[in-house]
Design a protein. Sequence first.
Length: 436
Amino acid sequence: MPASAVSSRPHVTVIGAGLVGLASARALLNAGHRVRLIDRCDAVGQGASARNGAQLSYAYVAPLASPALWHQLPSLLLKPDSPLRLSPRGVLQDLRWCLAFLAACRGAAARRTTVALLELAALSRRELERWRDEGGAPDVRQNGKLVLLPDAAAFASARTQMALQARLGCQQQALDADACRRLEPALADAATPFAGGIHTPGECVVDPMAMSGALLAALQRHPDFELRLGCEVIGARRRNDSVEALRLAGADDLPVEQLVLAGGPGSAALARRLDLSLPVAPMKGYSIDLPADALTRWPTVSITDSARRVVFAPLLDGECRRLRVAGMAELVGQDLRIDPRRIAQLVEATDAWFGLHVPAEAAVQNPWAGLRPATPSGLPCIGRFGGLRNVYANAGHGPLGLTLAMGSAALLVSAMQQRAAAINPLPYAAGPLAWV
């Protein structure tokens, strides 16, 4: 290709090498851009991408901000073992975010969020299936998901959500407790009572680290891709309506033509360094792995314990089988310490549902805490920053980054190329963002 043709192709710098940043880089390369991916870590797929819940939730996307939360809020906030925890420091640091979150708990707002999340999830599924058809995608297993509800009121609320999702094409069914046990025999001797569950047979699981590795491998095969790790952005040099260079810690300024902020939970702080703003707060979660031989009963379906806000995703086969157990939501600022009480809660939840026949200290592998990039509504921020012609965002996916990464990347490309998107892009380009 002539040098003039290469130089005329748009060059994009993507900040953030988690799943969303990796997927964004792949989509941009496929669309004809030259791409530089930078991250302050020394490896890709760190942070929330490393050991999340491993579920691809394409059809069950009930946002945390919902009317049901108002009734649950006192117990969620006051119980010592509550799956939702707000620290005074976290609330004070993100007070505006907390107020916007409460506003998003209104019924109409939650319904709009559900519709937008389902549309983006469907697009993401199509993009992942296209990648699988082309070759190189990670192993994705469709084993279905069963969301278990603790009592009649929660079961009724979940059926209302299911009815909304059914109108949007989701294939789900409500099962009483006995039907849940027939579907998943591992629940037969569970110590936790429950009223019923919502079964979504089309849901999938994938190892998030395998997903990151597959995306990186695809990028590194492309001649127009550059990766820079250990690269911390501390500011920007702006001129008129554009950012012309990034200021880096301990290095020369990095010139940019087009810029994408895909820094996960660090996106808000990154935006502030560029004199911008994003409504993204770090929401802390935990995960552990348990080998199959530590469990009394092995589930074949992905399970979500809605009361404890814990998910169970069976991964791999044979001797390598393990159960990914993940959950909790804590607004505690940038605290990444692993609270042993939270790990104990994950172990206790696993024991209650599936039984452990070895001591917890012998069973637990890879205890982890990470920060999810949460927006008040639960909708990610995808679009161009208003007032700037060359800076875009793809951030704020909360617990659904693994699910939504591929679709969000496709939407980002549509915004950057100013062409019609596959779905309505406006719900994601709110606040400081614009679509064109």
